[in-house]
Design a protein. Structure first.
Length: 347
């Protein structure tokens, strides 16, 4: 948060996050005091107003895009392996949240490639891709090289995967749907629920043949609770969640134009839960939504990860010097979808 005064060429490239508990957020709401605790001896280092600290965090994020936020209570409420310890942090980009000294191999799907000419999603192709890549990532756990023996050992014991998607912004833009809209959120929720449900169902199928991940028996009750909560959200339920401090925003069927997406998502979660209850899961985690900055460029995505486009024309600085210009190619198709004529689009 103190890097804004540095010349641009001297600023370190890093991602910084602050981990917040629900207790801190309640202290902000109530304008209460907050103790800063020293890591080494656990004693109070300083006491200040929670709102003052919150204001500094918000200002720093506005001024420099850092820090990001970790909602630590929620992270651990959805933790599949509680018996092994709490989730304390994430990887630098914050998509992978799990135990210390673990890692996962990532793969992302370009959502725009599944858009049919009429604006619907090719559900069969999407499900096939998710199923196939869940198996590919499972294989990659044994083939990957890890930076330390401890990370390698825990990766084998928990077998976490990182399948995700990119270009939701490009998909919505091409379809003429506002990113910040009920319809946009509904489509994103349905695609995410479908991807995650199919991935965990595939993981359970692999467990039926290969066995669950080694640490599954010690965490079965926790993981099945998390799976049940996922299924409730896919079914649009507002209540009945198990051991959550804050209920999730559920999938709203009325906000999804293509109802088959919702039907398939719910069927996938039914299968994931039924097979998991019988066989367990091969992987402690199956999906993440990564920022996909570099691989998004390789995949010709107009937008990265789950994010909207921050500019229609962007410039990317190259490591060897210079820049190159990136133009969002979804704009012409978006304008056609919205009914503009070719002359207007050219203008």
């Amino acid at each position: 948060m103190g890097l804004r005064g540095l010349p641009h060429r001297l600023r370190p490239e890093s991602n910084n996050s602050v981990s917040l508990s629900d207790d801190f957020l309640r202290a902000v709401e109530n304008d209460s005091d907050w103790n800063l605790i020293r890591r080494i001896d656990g004693k109070v280092h300083k006491t200040l107003k929670a709102r003052d600290l919150w204001e500094k965090i918000g200002y720093a994020a506005w001024a420099s895009a850092d820090p990001g936020l970790h909602f630590n209570t929620t992270m651990n409420d959805w933790h599949t392996c509680v018996s092994a310890g709490a989730i304390r942090a994430s990887n630098p980009c914050s998509e992978y949240m799990f135990l210390d000294d673990t890692a996962c191999n990532l793969a992302s799907i370009n959502l725009l490639t599944y858009r049919n000419a009429d604006g619907t999603i090719d559900i069969a192709a999407y499900e096939h891709t998710v199923r196939l890549w869940t198996m590919v990532l499972e294989i990659s756990v044994m083939m990957a090289q890890f930076p330390s023996w401890k990370i390698a050992k825990l990766s084998y014991e928990y077998r976490t995967l990182g399948l995700g998607f990119a270009n939701i912004g490009g998909l919505l833009m091409t379809s003429g749907i506002p990113y910040d809209s009920d319809e946009g959120r509904g489509i994103c929720a349905a695609l995410t629920a479908l991807m995650t449900g199919v991935a965990y169902a595939t993981s359970a199928e692999m467990a039926s043949e290969l066995g669950a991940f080694p640490e599954y028996p010690a965490n079965a009750l926790h993981m099945l609770r998390v799976m049940r909560n996922h299924r409730r959200a896919a079914y649009g339920e507002a209540e009945g969640y198990e051991k959550l401090a804050v209920n999730p925003v559920p999938l709203v069927e009325d906000h999804v134009p293509q109802k088959e997406l919702v039907e398939h998502a719910r069927a996938a979660w039914d299968k994931a839960l039924d097979l998991g209850a019988e066989y367990g899961y091969r992987n402690a985690q199956a999906t993440v939504i990564a920022p996909t900055g570099t691989i998004g460029l390789v995949m010709d995505c107009d937008t990265t990860g789950i994010e909207p486009d921050f500019a229609l024309v962007k410039f990317k600085k190259l490591a060897g010097g210079g820049y190159f210009k990136i133009i969002n190619r979804a704009v012409p198709e978006a304008l056609r979808t919205l009914g503009y004529g070719e002359a207007q689009i050219a203008d």
